[in-house]
Write a protein that binds this ligand. Sequence first.
Ligand code: GLC
Length: 644
Amino acid sequence: MKIIFSLFLVFLISSFNLYSPQVVANDALQWPRIFSAIDVDPNLERRIASLLSEMTLKEKVGQIIQPEIKNVSPAEVTKYHLGSVLSAGGSYPAKRHSDIITWVAAANQFYQASIKHPNKRTAIPIIWGVDAVHGHNNVVGATIFPHNIGLGATRNSNLIRAIGEVTAREVSVTGLNWAFAPTVAVARNQRWGRTYESYSENPELVAQLAGAMVVGLQGHPSRGDLFADDKVIATAKHFIGDGGTTNGIDQGDTELDEKALRDLHVQGYVAALDAGAQTVMASFNSWNGNKLHGNHYLLTHVLKEQMGFDGFVIGDWNGHEQVEGCSAQSCSQAINAGVDMIMVPDDWRAFYKNTLRQVKKGEISTARLNDAVSRILRVKLRAGLFTETGNPLKNAFSGRAQIIGHPKHRAIARQAVRESIVLLKNNDSLLPLSPTSRILVTGAGADNLVMQSGGWTVTWQGDNTSNVDFPGATSILHGIKSAISHSTGVVDYHSQGEYKVKPDVAIVVFGEQAYAEAKGDIEDLFFKTDDFKILERLYRDGIPTVSILLSGRPLFVTEQINRSTAFIAAWLPGSEGQGIADVIFTDDSAGIAYDFQGKISFSWPKSADQAPHNLGDNNYQPLFPYGYGLNYTDQTNLPWFVEQ
Ligand code: GLC
């Protein structure tokens, strides 16, 4: 009786799709085919088959496990044949200020442990992943670039490629070989705490810049530098729909039909994978109630079968445990759905044991395990890790500490700051300023490298840090002082904006405190800081004022804009704060040294609840539209805006 009922139930489910939302997806909908810059190599495929045929089951299971470096020893890498380790945001091989030698020594220890194997032929080198999302931001002294929201405002693909090149080089110096970047999210609701990791609300701009970043990070066959010693494996993340969740809730539900999901959120992947990105990170979010880490339709049918991705899918930080029926220690569903390597930072030993058992029981098929391992081997072989390149001590760049934060790298970051800042208002053509002026500088962000850099900088949240954690960096104040140092100007800095001698102009730098991921989720876009009182007082005193906003997103700051003569959106510029002074001051001959070039890549809200509000929406009425940005030829005087 029971069997008959079960068969009836199966019939019911299959005929009415009662079970999983994704099976109602419209199979007729074609997702874009990718044409990777990295071709299939028959010799390499034969090598994969040969390696696979010699690997034991335990070696295969070990290859798909990725612990966090704090929770694994080199001896365990050998014992469990682990395929990868990661250092998460704010994780270092030793204490916070791990020097380069310490990084390289740790990389070498993990590498030697991974190839320590009786059968040399199946000694598979380890890969070490790190969130180098705006420079090698786990490393103190590294060049820190503007976060992606600022890079989006530059629209400069060549610059983004150069940033990728510098980032990959500084990662290589530490002996690592994998960056969990670029994020190719299309952030559609600025309440999302990860908006600043997105280039734009516009999928086409995301695609333009994502491809450039991948070429910078990995190199490209046409440039003859693919996986050179100063290149790393790139990751397009987080697949798919991370920036489209309802109310911008981090790890929330992206409620879209399949066509909208494709058209809004896939373009960055097409560009990144066409450029040759070899890994994709699965996303925490759900699609119509179904967690991505368990979504076979999207991870396998769409990404691998329809689009043709032949690298490997890495899970996000215990993302598998959010799949129905899973835990951090066990999740055959994620592996069967198409996650090829599981990021299981802590409970990896239990996960290893459970997965081994699940394969033996047939809960995970041998074919699926072999496919996952083959994909990992393919990426490691393509990246040259089986050659000397894979050995941190043999890499031409590892250990060369002088490359970290090199002046040439900082010059590129300074250019990125110049090109990313957006001039929203410049009444009475207050800017550019003369270096002969008396300038009052104030605001929480004026001399604050932490606020200037945002999350994912030295620590995960960008918290518990201070200017001392940024050797070689320059604050906005420092840049302003440098800009007038060779002239007759005077800079008075006062944290509360007080002055004895009336200044010609005031510069107020304020903004968001650093945050990352869900910690940055907000209910609405209303923003006010204590610095607002300073702005109000300066306005009452009739002092022309330049406001500089440091933020991970456009915010409702109409009150501050109204009381500013000039207003700059500086986003999260990173270590080279002097890039701002380069633009807002004239040069020695009172000419324009650098004009504003930045154009907002996200619509700017005119009310605190105007989110989501994107280009193309019906009744599109932002305060400043997508693509807005003034320069010194504009003589626009903005009116007093209606305040909510
Ligand atoms: C985080 C992020 C992801 C990052 C990973 C490893 O939760 O979602 O972007 O790469 O964990 O730090």
